[in-house]
Design a binder for this molecule. Sequence first.
Ligand code: XMP
Length: 513
Amino acid sequence: MSHQTVIILDFGGQYNQLIARRVREQGVYCEVRPYTTPLEELKALKPVGIIFTGGPGSVYDPAAPQADPGLFKLGVPILGICYGCQLLAHNLGGRVAQAQDGAAREYGKTGTSFDTGCKLFRGLPAESVTWMSHGDYMEKVPEGFHLAARSAACPNVAIADEARGFYGVQFHPEVNHTAHGAAMLRNFLYEICGASGGWTMENYKETALRRLREKIGGGKVLLALSGGVDSSVAAALLAEAVGPQLTCVFVDHGLMRLDEGDEVEAAFSQWDVRFLRVNAEERFLAKLAGVTEPEAKRKAIGEEFIRVFEAEARKIGKVDFLAQGTIYPDVIESGAGDAAVIKSHHNVGGLPGCVDFKEIIEPLRMLFKDEVRQLGRELGLPEYLVSRQPFPGPGLAIRCIGGVTKEKLDLLRQADFIFRDEIAQAGLSGTMDQYFAVLTNMRSVGVMGDGRTYDYALALRSVTTSDFMTADWTRIPYGVLDRVSVRIVNEVPHINRVLYDITSKPPATIEYE
Ligand code: XMP
């Protein structure tokens, strides 16, 4: 691609994706690469700058990740963050030591003084707060470097060798708690690496369309469309690139939110593509009949999805390319250890084996979620589709606790719609990351008019989160909760109680099953 690249060299830190997002937010393209990537491969990316991430190790640990010494000879500016800073010092003749008795060890917000003559800190206040998280510190600064920042506990918070363009900071500029972190990254990218910017989705769209056309030629492309943001944007991009050669198979499993299937279908009417909507509600409900255990439900839905898709694919015959909406966080995270399986997430990732195709194409593979949304807007997808909150593959089946029936799904759809509608009317949509209704399997006694009711309790769930791995429950104003509750019990039959979930994740998960 014609844009400039910054390499984020991953030494195992917690914030690596965040660094990458911060760099892209500044209009500069970057890629996260493991520290083990061969030097030749990194050189081939022709980086204008390299950022060493933090990491859990200590540079003296024999098993600690090390940097290839060849990186320092490329003539490319390097910014080392936290462990990355210590690596820089260690490799270039400085000395890193373990902080004794807590001296020079810092965690959390720390008042820091900067040398604003240093290019990294130019134009910024001489004093501000940074976010630290380090046990080791630089005892001796390498030759050619000068000290560029200090804190009360640590004299060596930042080092700089302006001639070679090497900078190291003990704190995390990518974290919002570092008051001027974004401006420091900007200085590194624009003043030190000489980046010219220009990484925008408008530019990306043109490049991606050209590349897709070159790759696909006259070939046939098949895409499984779930209606979620990623597969919808992938479909829109392909539709724009090679419209008539694309077939989108949209398996409507009947577990969508109110009107969602129609909305997805309508959005694609603007392109000349073959759009197949398979109405498979009955098939899915038949498979779910009598299934109450969460994992069994997920499995049943995943298997049926593949079967339905397979049947459609067989009708289409051989295709050249199978397209998928994989996005960059999936790419970075894949291979990230073997954590315990809490829930078996059902995605279309299980498809390739069942379709006859030559190659997989993943046109969003290098984009973060916010970039995917922006690209969707550039392509003219409606806002309700691109700003859609995440929705699980198994759909409402895992928000309908226990047995799933059409009747229960319909109640849930109505209640969920009311909740979303009231949130939108209160102008709160943008302030929460995921919010939905759950039909519990608890029934309780109520009174309506003069009569007794014995009906379902509906739970409302709303979370605020940046990564969906941990989440806090949203403090929705009582007045809004009150309106939602009143409307649901009045408008939706068989619900006589509304509960608000005040559990964070962990210990709960976001979804109920
Ligand atoms: P949990 O419930 O694990 O959810 O805290 C974390 C995030 O993942 C979504 N989720 C899924 N997404 N297929 C998906 O594509 C799934 O099977 C699935 N299960 C949960 C959930 O909505 C939340 O955003």
